[in-house]
Design a protein around this ligand. Structure first.
Ligand SMILES: C[S@@+](CC[C@H](N)C(=O)[O-])C[C@H]1O[C@@H](n2cnc3c(N)ncnc32)[C@H](O)[C@@H]1O
Length: 323
């Protein structure tokens, strides 16, 4: 008799080659690492083990299990309602940036805490520093305007020895600033990363959540149930990602000789032209767009530098190559 079981793709080929989540989640292994996950594991319509992605507690527990199993944590938690980050996509950003830095480093992946990365908007979940410290040994400064997010990130650091001395959180007290008030112009930073709040208003953020839930449930959802988490400041900012990224790029020029590479996620393809125009106006030395994707969702990183090739070579020699 023909096998009627619907096949679910085994691989996620659009993820970066070093991404640890290209295969389907192995729930047995994850439960061995994090037994609390067992209560949330169910069979999905394909007959495979999964969790109910509409259950906020289940999603949070899956994240905890993944971070413990793959990224060396001993514990992880976030305050109620805060963004529960999809780990595979977040890991992709870090791996693509490692490849990008490799291009400046004579083809060698730059590793170790001498690579200092500023994560703008570290969030309560501290996800990028966790992945960057584990995968490449980089050190991080995480900034955020939300004191609850900073407290939460600090408590993740305090409960995981692996992060101690490697990740430092700094509160940005002025929401319209990005670099000012967080780093000094004399403080060398090898890379900046950012997952900006992308919606322009609360209404747009709610509509976005409804769209996401409708796609997931495959039927129209009209009431926003924030199971995916996300406090207001995580999801929206005045002017949306476009204005946020514009501010970041403009301010980055002032730090152009003390930061080697700047970068940001850009979720809306339609914002790219304006971003390129601004980068041209500000006469950056080089910029590049790195495409990323997961399933049907596409995203991209824009990265730029104000260092000339000679300055970049000097930077790499002094900071990354010297013993
Ligand atoms: C989309 S969330 C990203 C959180 C986390 N990095 C992640 O990827 O899951 C955006 C974060 O940026 C923070 N934020 C907003 N404006 C900021 C600013 N001017 N400087 C630093 N962080 C800011 C928000 O509080 C929020 O935590």
């Amino acid at each position: 008799m023909a096998d009627k079981k619907k096949k679910h793709p085994d691989k996620k080929p659009r993820l970066h080659a070093r991404n640890k989540h290209r295969d389907r989640y192995n729930f047995k292994e994850l439960i061995d690492t994090c037994p609390d996950l067992a209560q949330f594991v169910v069979k999905n319509k394909f007959g495979d083990e999964s969790i109910d992605f509409f259950n906020a507690d289940a999603v949070k527990m899956l994240n905890k299990a993944l971070l413990i199993h793959y990224y060396g944590l001993t514990d992880w938690d976030i305050p109620k309602g805060y963004l529960c980050p999809p780990i595979p996509g977040r890991a992709d950003y870090i791996h693509h940036m490692a490849d990008h830095l490799k291009g400046s480093n004579f083809g060698r992946l730059p590793e170790g805490e001498k690579i200092r990365c500023l994560d703008i908007g570290v969030g309560a979940n501290c996800v990028y520093p966790i992945i960057g410290v584990h995968e490449y040994g980089w050190s991080f400064i995480g900034s955020d305007i939300d004191p609850v997010a900073i407290d939460s990130a600090n408590s993740i650091i305090n409960s995981n020895e692996m992060l101690q001395g490697k990740v430092e959180c700094r509160l940005q007290s002025k929401s319209s600033d990005i670099f000012y008030g967080v780093i000094l112009r004399s403080e060398p930073i090898d890379l900046t990363i950012c997952n900006p709040p992308f919606h322009a208003s609360r209404a747009e953020a709610t509509a976005g959540t409804l769209r996401k839930l409708t796609n997931l449930k495959k039927k129209k959802v009209t009431k926003a149930d924030l199971n995916f988490g996300g406090k207001e400041g995580e999801l929206w900012t005045d002017g949306g990602e476009k204005r946020f990224i514009r501010r970041m790029i403009k301010e980055s020029k002032k730090f152009g000789k003390s930061c080697c590479w700047f970068s940001t996620l850009v979720s809306k393809q339609s914002n790219l032209n304006e971003i390129y125009k601004l980068l041209d106006e500000l006469e950056v030395e080089e910029y590049k767009t790195i495409q990323m994707g997961q399933g049907n969702k596409s995203s991209r990183i824009v990265t730029w530098t104000f260092l000339t090739h000679e300055e970049e070579a000097h930077w790499v020699k002094e900071r990354w190559t010297k013993k």
